[in-house]
Design a binder for this molecule. Structure first.
Ligand SMILES: Cc1cc2nc3c(=O)[nH]c(=O)nc-3n(C[C@H](O)[C@H](O)[C@H](O)COP(=O)(O)OP(=O)(O)OC[C@H]3O[C@@H](n4cnc5c(N)ncnc54)[C@H](O)[C@@H]3O)c2cc1C
Length: 333
């Protein structure tokens, strides 16, 4: 059975089978809605649903604003209307499936691989800073990884991958060498950071959540942005802040950049003259004008949730100004 889903305030409707999620059906119909994890964790796809009932999958209740549904987890039980915070038509053929080759594989920290992928001759990766790709595994499952390079460096792709004990894909990383092939599909994710905007921006990241933030800051550097930017980067210890040399480069190319490191290990925090504690506590020390500042937060679900709670509940920021990519573990849907 298929139902019609109407996008509020537009002339667009799309079909959605009772077995598929509203987000999947919208993407299939060429309508891009805000989303990131597609696992009911991040809450980016929350929207009002009018005039009809839905069945709900498993969701992180904290990520669902009152009176809204997570479109990545709900299926229609009849015709209905959705009112997403934003939407746009996807260019046909925007998504690419490529056979990329490992060009270089290095360790940025004992448990973080940096993979530099080369694309087949003549192919360019098309994506926006903050988006991610999916690696297609032999068993048909997929894993999501954010691009760490800026979109203008489109002849290759850089990924930062944390090793997960027993992880199906990441435990194979140690044997991945130059010349090995990975099949990837991109781009995915719709983080609504406008790189051309001039309003203040706060980037908060932990672990390999640094990857999409690196892409964004490299992009802003290329654009010679004069934007006021605060980078709050957290780790358990000094090794968590891998590739720190980039911060110095950005401080030279981005005159409005302010950097704050947050380290949980007391000795490392003292030695690095960093904030001692978690990244959300560090963020509380940054002066933020909530009326005009966008926050972009990326990393593990507990970290993003803590930062989101702080921004929305303690600082009173409107949800439209909080953008996040949550590295929800496990296969990509
Ligand atoms: C939008 C998005 C972007 C992402 N981008 C990145 C990225 O740039 N870099 C990156 O390193 N990861 C990223 N991830 C996570 C990544 O997709 C995989 O989930 C992760 O690498 C584990 O894959 P695996 O096959 O090794 O483990 P799996 O075989 O999928 O998982 C094995 C077991 O470990 C658990 N597990 C998996 N990951 C973790 C974790 N981090 N902490 C605790 N337990 C875990 C699983 O629940 C499972 O029980 C992203 C996820 C999403 C949704």
């Amino acid at each position: 059975m298929s139902f019609q889903i109407h996008v509020a305030g537009s002339e667009f409707s799309f079909p959605c089978g009772g077995e598929e999620t509203i987000l999947d059906a919208a993407l299939k119909a060429g309508i891009e809605l805000p989303y990131s994890c597609r696992k009911g964790v991040c809450g980016n796809c929350a929207a009002k649903v009018n005039g009809g009932e839905v069945s709900r999958g498993i969701v992180n209740a904290e990520a669902v604003p009152e009176g809204q549904e997570l479109l990545c987890q709900c299926r229609p039980l009849g015709n209905l209307e959705i009112a997403p915070s934003s939407w746009r038509l996807i260019e046909p053929g925007a998504r690419q499936r490529l056979k990329a080759k490992v060009f270089r594989h290095t360790l940025a920290a004992p448990d973080v691989s940096v993979l530099q992928l080369r694309l087949p001759a003549g192919q360019r990766a098309r994506f926006r800073a903050g988006q991610y790709l999916q690696v297609l595994l032999a068993d048909g499952s997929r894993r999501a990884y954010s691009m760490a390079n800026a979109p203008h460096e489109s002849d290759g792709i850089q990924l930062h991958i944390r090793h997960v004990a027993g992880g199906q894909f990441t435990q194979q990383l140690s044997s991945l060498q130059s010349g090995d092939e990975l099949e990837v599909e991109l781009p995915f994710g719709q983080v609504a950071i406008d790189p051309g905007a001039s309003s203040p921006l706060v980037c908060v990241c932990g672990g390999t959540g640094f990857a999409p933030v690196k892409s964004l800051l490299d992009d802003l550097s290329k654009r010679r942005s004069a934007r006021e930017i605060a980078l709050v980067w957290g780790g358990r210890d000094r090794q968590g802040l891998y590739m720190r040399e980039h911060v110095g480069r950005w401080q030279r190319s981005l005159p409005g950049l302010h950097f704050l490191a947050a380290i949980e290990d007391a000795n490392d925090a003292i030695e690095m003259q960093a904030f001692h504690g978690r990244v959300d506590a560090a963020l509380a020390t940054v002066a933020i004008d909530v009326d005009c500042t966008d926050v972009y937060c990326c990393g593990a679900p507990p970290m993003v949730n803590a930062v989101k709670t702080m921004c929305l509940q303690q600082l009173g920021m409107v949800p439209e100004r909080f953008h996040s990519d949550v590295f929800a573990p496990g296969p990509a849907p």
